[in-house]
Design a protein around this ligand. Sequence first.
Ligand code: CA
Length: 216
Amino acid sequence: MLVVEDDHALRGVLLRGLREEGFDAAPAQDGASALRLAVEGFDALVLDVGLPDADGRDVCQALRANGYLAPVVFLTAHHTITDRLSGFSAGGDDYLAKPFHLAELAARLRAALRRAGPKAPVVAGDLVLDPVRFTCTAAGRPVELTPTEFRLLAALIASAGGLVQRRELVRAGWLEGARVTDNTLDQYLSRLRRKLRTAGSALTVTTSRGMGHRLL
Ligand code: CA
């Protein structure tokens, strides 16, 4: 498998540990080399979310858009439910928050390899999100979304009509540590509303002042 992690020490620990667990493991240290190497026939990808040149979820999304089907297990510094869901909506198979035990990573990799197969689309009302092809339709009509818009919508859908706090949306949509102002998030959400309306969806993104947003 390919292990994509920019932290030199952690990468070494991962490679040694996975080899001890019986895996063949090769290293990559950034998103660009991950994109280049992943297509060389690895059975699985261990992918850090916070890479120096890219968000690991964008890397996964790009690979999936090109038909890459091998299991992807994300590593991240966060561990909220929204983080997990945004990882899944980016086409990931599993998600592990740092710090973790190597035995757990190995077990999850084995399970992901066993389960590897087509992923089902996510449905909410008249919306259908395809996490493999990264397409979205509203009542059968295509909605063209940017990767960030796709992740925001996936996080809203994942809460099943429940409120999603603004900081959770920022975490779902952007790179770890990215500076996202209130204004930026509002702009993305209003673009998302416009696209859903234009496509004829009965759903929209509502705002509860000081609380968060939901898809209703
Ligand atoms: Ca990192």
